[in-house]
Design a protein around this ligand. Structure first.
Ligand SMILES: C[C@H](N)C(=O)N[C@@H](Cc1c[nH]cn1)C(=O)O
Ligand SMILES: [Zn+2]
Ligand SMILES: [Zn+2]
Length: 477
């Protein structure tokens, strides 16, 4: 059965209430990467658990233990497993999402408080997590609410896995997924997986995503002085950690995006003409990337090169320096200890296991060239492998039909530049097809200031998630 008109109408009728629920979710600052907010991630887990129960989902909160972040031992937020329906004649779909968010502070340049959802006149719903990934999770809740309130059966059996550590390396989740994928586990019987946690390529064409880049994240600490020093007293007298660190960080990537660590870029075979034609065919222009970036700063004016830079080539980004003077004024300090943070997005055949040794050896070699008496410590904070799926699978076919039904257009088939480390774990542990079905647009500003989800993407996206389930329900065994 196609998605009932009554379902589509219900989503429209409830739009304001759904947006209010999104505002409630955004108001919980569930920042997994900030120890001060760890209790908020727990609060968010409880909030989501209650919402799921209220729409008829059987849930189980799984304790994932503890971990160490920035030298502090912290409890990991629970994963939420859910299930609804157990009809052997129906397909079983596993959905995944994350209820943690990236850090956000008004002082970063937000126009409004990041944790107060602001409804703009043009339809933008602005707030941290609106697009990544609270909006999509609530899209699933909206679908479930219709079925719960009307008593209409779902077209599929649903299993769920929601986590609160995705933005900080998905700690503890791989083990849980592997465990629950075994016979008798929570995920037994799953036929396919759907993840709504990425974005369209542009602002106008819905997308289905069949690839994600992997990630390896490093923290490089240089220390020497016993304490912060006066630059007038110690300048040109001692080895300065910040000087060493800036030298090291300048050796990682050039200004055109080429990775300078020998062997890393070289690991990836070049694209042939057939593959380039795929990128050429996508609805994308340099104006799209510049609009999403907020300025005319694309590295290349060639669309295919830009798309390959995002989707099928590795990239190295410098993220920040901890411990450096960053306040107002002109403090003349020599910081005693500074830590540079950078990450590399990985593509097949790269994995953290293959790339990390190259990075570590290179950093040590470059540091040795500095003839510094300071100390270097290299830490790997987290990582994940890249993933690519088969787009000819019935899971993708169902999503294509659903997209056409809701948006009246064919979706772009994209590879995402970001990472969702558990995706490959689902694919490998369950041995089933995984699909990424994004809700938001390419200019949503995930991880950035003024993150937003357009009202129409939230509402049409909720319809899309439901329609996709109805299309799966029609797939013959
Ligand atoms: C694509 C997904 N919505 C996302 O944002 N993933 C993050 C995962 C991550 C890893 N370390 C920190 N965050 C990303 O791609 O950055
Ligand atoms: Zn994210
Ligand atoms: Zn996300």
């Amino acid at each position: 059965m196609a998605a009932p008109a009554e379902f589509l109408q219900y989503i429209d009728d409830k739009a304001d209430a759904f947006i209010q629920r999104l505002a409630d979710a955004v108001a919980i600052p569930s920042i997994s990467g900030d120890a001060k907010h760890r209790q908020d991630v727990f609060k968010m887990a409880d909030w989501l658990d209650a919402q799921l129960k209220a729409v008829g989902v059987e849930t189980k909160l799984v304790d994932l233990g503890k971990h160490v972040m920035d030298g502090e031992e912290l409890p990991l937020p629970p994963a939420i497993l859910g299930k609804i329906g157990n009809d052997p004649s129906k397909k079983t779909v596993l959905i995944y999402g994350h209820f943690d968010v990236q850090p956000a502070d008004k002082s970063d340049g937000w126009e409004t408080d990041p944790f107060t959802l602001v409804i703009k006149e043009d339809g933008r719903l602005v707030g941290r997590g609106s697009s990544d990934d609270k909006g999509p999770i609530l899209g699933w809740l909206n679908v479930l609410q219709y079925h719960h309130e009307t008593g209409k059966p779902l077209p599929v059996n649903l299993k769920m896995c929601f986590e609160g550590m995705e933005e900080s390396g998905s700690e503890g989740l791989d083990d849980l997924v592997q465990r629950e994928s075994k016979p008798g586990g929570w995920f037994e019987g799953v036929d396919c997986v759907c993840i709504s946690d990425n974005y369209w390529l542009n602002t106008r064409t819905p997308a289905l995503t069949y690839g994600l880049r992997g990630l390896t994240y490093f923290k490089v600490t240089v220390s020497g002085p016993g304490r912060d020093l006066h630059s007038g007293v110690f300048g040109r007298t001692v080895h300065e950690p910040m000087t060493d660190l800036i030298h090291l960080m300048s050796k990682l990537v050039d200004t055109q995006g080429n990775i300078m660590i020998p062997g890393v870029d070289e690991m990836v075979p070049p694209a042939d003409e057939q593959e380039r034609a795929i990128y050429q065919s996508l609805d994308y222009s340099i104006a799209d990337v510049e609009e999403a970036a907020g300025n005319k700063i694309a590295i290349s004016s060639n669309k295919v090169e830009v798309l390959m830079g995002r989707m099928r080539n590795p990239s190295l980004s410098l993220h920040g320096i901890e411990g450096a003077f960053s306040g107002a004024g002109a403090k003349t300090v020599i910081p005693a200890k500074v830590s540079g943070k950078f990450s590399i997005r990985l593509v097949p055949p790269q994995t953290p296991e293959k790339v990390d040794p190259l990075v570590i050896a290179y950093l040590k070699q470059e540091f040795a060239k500095l003839n510094s008496k300071n100390e270097l410590i290299i830490e790997n904070l987290h990582g994940g492998k890249p993933w690519v799926a088969d787009v000819n699978h019935w899971n993708f076919e169902a999503a294509k039909r659903a997209t056409k039904a809701v948006y009246k257009q064919d979706p772009d088939l994209t590879r995402e530049g970001g990472s969702i480390p558990v995706t490959l774990t689902f694919a490998e542990s369950l041995g089933v097809n995984v699909l990424l079905l994004p809700m938001g647009r390419g200019d949503d500003g995930a991880h950035s200031t003024n993150e937003k989800l357009d009202r129409s993407n939230f509402i049409q996206g909720s319809k899309l998630l439901g329609t996709y389930l109805y299309e799966i329900g029609q797939v013959k065994a």
